[in-house]
Every structure is written in C-alpha cells, then in structure tokens.
Design a protein around this ligand. Structure first.
Ligand SMILES: CC(C)(COP(=O)(O)OP(=O)(O)OC[C@H]1O[C@@H](n2cnc3c(N)ncnc32)[C@H](O)[C@@H]1OP(=O)(O)O)[C@@H](O)C(=O)NCCC(=O)NCCS
Length: 437
C-alpha cells in the first residue's frame, strides 16, 4: 500500500483516476453505469453510431435541435467519438481503443457485440487486461436472447407482481429499478473486477442481468414468499382485514416492506394537491409518542392497542385514526412534529418540490448544468458521496465532439492518418460516407 497521502481530502485526484472506459452503452441502463464511473474519475469514451448517436439524443425532445434531457441527464462527464463499428476502418480504430482502455461496457441486444466482431476471445486476445461488462435483460436460460426494457425487467424480476393494490392490476414503479438499478449493479461489478485485476493481472466478463437486478431489489418479497409456507403474513393489512392469502406473495398497497407497519395518509390540502400525503410508520418503540401526538393517550396502556401483536388485526382502523390527525396539518408540519419525538415519517415530495429543494442543491444531489445548445437544466448529480473523491458534474458531450481529440491524444494518430480514416467514411453517417467514397 502507498503511504497515506498528505494532501487535504478531496485534493488528491479521484477514485478511478487512470481508468479508461470504452463506453458502448446506450439508452439508460448502461449509461447510468458509465456516468457513475465517470463521476468517480474514470475517462469514459462513449462510442456512438455516426449521424445518430445514442438513440436517446433524439427521444422525448423538449428543445428543438438540442440533445434531449433523456440523453444529457445520463451522459455527463463523458467524451463522445463517432465510429461505424461495422466499417472495416472503424473496426481497426475500435481495436486500437480496446488496447488503450481498461473496461468495455455495453448494453446492446444479445449477440450484437459479437456481430460487430467484438467477441470476448477477440477482445481478450487484444488486451488480456480488459474487463468486458454487459447489461442484458436476462441471464443464461430460456430468455437470454430477448431484448428488454425497464418495465419488462420490473415485471420479470418480481417487482410488478408485488406492487399495487390487492384488488388492482400489477403496477410498475416510477423509479427505474430495471435500468438505473441494473446500471448500479454493473458499476459495482466493474469496480470489483478492477480490484481483482490488481492481483491477477487479467480482465474478466461482468454480467448484470436486469431480471436479476430487479429481483435483488425485490429480495424481501421472495422472503415473504417463503414465509407464506409457515402461515399468513401478519404485517400485511390483508391479514387484519381477514382476507386469506393465496400461494404467492400478494400486492400489499402501501404496507411497509419491513416489520414496522406503515401507510400513506392524507394531509391538509389533499383535496387539491395530489401530493399532500405522508408515509407514516407506527414503529413499536415510539408507539407511546404516537398515541400522545394524535390524542389517544389511553392506547398506550389499553391491551387492545398496547402491543404490536394486538395492533396488527386493526391497523386499518389505527391508520384511519392517525389520518384524522394528519389531515389537520400539512405534510411538513406532520414531519416536524413527528421528528421531534422520533417517529419516522416521509412526506410525499413532488418532483417540483425536489427540484426546488435547497438542501439537495447544496449537497450536489440536484445540480444545475449549462449546455451550449439547450442552456441551463437540472440534473441528478452523483448520489454516492466520497470524501476524498469529489464529483463535479460536467455537461454531456455533443455527438462526436471528441472524435479528433481521442484519435490524436488517446490513440496518438497523426493528422494524415486521421484524415485517411475520416475519408474512409468510418466515422461519418452513411450519406456522408457515400459521398466520400
Ligand atoms: C435496449 C435494447 C432493447 C435496444 O434495442 P435496439 O434499439 O434494437 O438496439 P440493439 O442493441 O439491438 O443495437 C442495434 C444495432 O445497432 C448497431 N450499432 C450500435 N452501435 C453501432 C455503431 N457505432 N456502428 C454501427 N452499428 C452500431 C448494433 O450493432 C446493432 O446491430 P445488429 O442488430 O445488426 O447487430 C437492446 O439493446 C437490449 O435489449 N439491450 C440489453 C438490455 C438493456 O440494456 N435494456 C435496457 C435499455 S435502457
């Protein structure tokens, strides 16, 4: 180990300084991963298809002529090079990049990387130290060849069947647990593989399947599946309502996923404001404080209410009584009053409230970024804070913005060679390539 740095914390480079990523990702899952690695200091070179780039550049466009927020918010701190990966000259450039990078990250449809000629064997021969990291919809098995988007993963990973209300259809969640969640999983796999490489000197394949990532996040529901074999799930409100359980973990509405009962309750203004609600947890150790706050002090000692077990069958009525109290206050008033006596609650914050939250701006979790074409916009910064590797959020690259810089500075090609590659059409859209030919 090197001797501990004498430089002040935050001033001795970044966690992943010196790591170079060949970023073949697109849409959301892969870009989430490489954006995190870039925030930790890796040099991320995003390879994009000439003329089009990552498809999200042109999806959900809000400002005409500018890269969409979909793209800009997932591709900060990266450099962009355009290469036609199916063009012979483009393949040669890619081979050189493979030799100069530490990690190749991709989330193409199954088989697409192989069809480009970039098989594991090819990559490993060119650069035995290279880590090849992939997001796929499914791991090996009957569905391994399928293309997958976010909600497919939410459905196949067990999240949708356990989300929603018992008497309604399965629901997907607004949190992108399939895409961004799997990107996070992949980033951890890459960092672990880099660490192992320090010892073994060789790269390896890293696979994060979206179904697996969602299931990992829905772990408690597989827990409940097994508990069902030993009796009803007493903390589910269905138990208190006397509704029998089936043979699979049911949807539990807003029940808490853990051992402390919780529910979403109306607050003052709920009639007009769709987010005037609060998540209220009746944590056992603060039951007395809850009783005092809502004006039911006798519930502290009444055997019908005093113990968690006694309360389980009447949670619905208890939450209705708590709601009578929360409806007399705004969600922030409820939060302040509850926090004073350690009752865990969560106001339902709208995206507007989050965007305007001063404390999130101060921590760099919500960041304003300037972009040469679209102007200023808000993004989510690095949610993981390292005290000695401070993340700065830099705007996403324009399509092919760094092509010349990467060819000359990373690959060390001279001007004549760069001109020849360009003239071959390997770096330009097909129309331009036709003209060049
Ligand atoms: C997301 C997904 C469904 C999108 O599918 P898609 O838009 O059809 O894109 P693909 O990944 O199939 O790639 C399309 C083609 O572009 C080609 N392409 C991509 N970059 C290229 C480049 N720089 N130059 C030339 N061709 C390129 C690929 O080689 C592929 O061609 P092929 O099918 O002829 O081999 C699919 O990529 C997928 O299932 N990925 C894995 C799971 C995943 O990450 N899903 C979540 C996305 S947020």
């Amino acid at each position: 180990m090197p001797r501990p740095s004498k430089k002040p914390f935050g001033q001795d480079g970044k966690a992943l300084d010196g790591v170079r990523i060949l970023d073949f990702t697109h849409v959301q899952s892969g870009p989430t991963c490489t954006q995190l690695l870039a925030w930790f200091g890796a040099d991320v070179i995003k390879v994009e298809r000439p003329g089009v780039g990552d498809i999200t550049r042109g999806q959900l466009v809000d400002v005409k002529g500018a890269d969409s927020l979909y793209f800009t918010m997932l591709n900060h701190n990266k450099r962009s090079i355009t290469i036609d990966s199916k063009h012979p000259q483009g393949k040669r450039v890619l081979d050189e990049l493979i030799k100069s990078c530490d990690v190749l990250v991709e989330n193409f449809a199954p088989g697409a990387l192989d069809r480009m000629g970039l098989t594991w064997e090819h990559i490993h021969k060119l650069n035995p130290r290279m880590i090849v990291a992939s997001v796929k919809g499914f791991g090996p098995g009957p569905y391994e060849d399928c293309k997958v988007y976010e909600n497919v993963a939410q459905c196949t990973g067990g999240a949708a069947s356990t989300t929603g209300f018992r008497d309604g259809p399965p629901l997907v969640t607004g949190a992108q647990i399939g895409d961004s969640g799997t990107g996070l999983h992949l980033a951890l796999g890459i960092v672990a593989a880099l660490y192992q490489r320090n010892r073994t000197g060789r790269g390896q394949k890293v696979l994060a399947a979206m179904q697996d990532g969602v299931l990992n996040l829905a772990r408690v529901k597989l827990r409940d599946q097994q508990r069902l074999q030993h009796g009803p799930l007493t903390e589910y409100s269905q138990y208190g309502e006397g509704v029998p359980f089936g043979d699979a973990t049911p949807r539990a509405g807003n029940d808490s996923g853990g051992g402390q009962p919780g529910w979403i309750l109306k607050c003052k203004g709920w009639e007009e404001d769709p987010n005037a609600y609060i998540y209220f947890i009746t944590q056992a150790p603060v039951w007395g404080a809850i009783c005092d706050l809502i004006g039911e002090p006798t519930w502290k000692t009444d055997p019908e209410y005093a113990t968690p077990k006694a309360r389980l069958p009447k949670l619905k009525a208890i939450f209705a009584r708590i709601e009578e109290w929360t409806m007399t206050k705004t969600k922030f008033e409820v939060m302040n009053l509850c926090n004073e006596v350690d009752i865990p609650v969560g106001p339902i914050l709208s995206m507007k409230e989050i965007a305007e939250d001063e404390s999130l701006r101060k921590t760099g979790t919500v960041v304003e970024v300037d972009h040469p074409v679209r102007g200023k916009y808000l993004t989510v910064g690095n949610p993981i804070k390292l005290s000695d590797s401070i993340s700065e959020v830099k705007r996403s690259p324009l399509l092919g913005e760094h092509t010349d810089e990467i060819l000359t500075k990373v690959l060390g090609l001279d001007k004549k060679t760069v001109a020849e590659i360009k003239a071959s059409g390997a770096l330009s859209a097909p129309e331009k390539a036709d003209k060049a030919a």
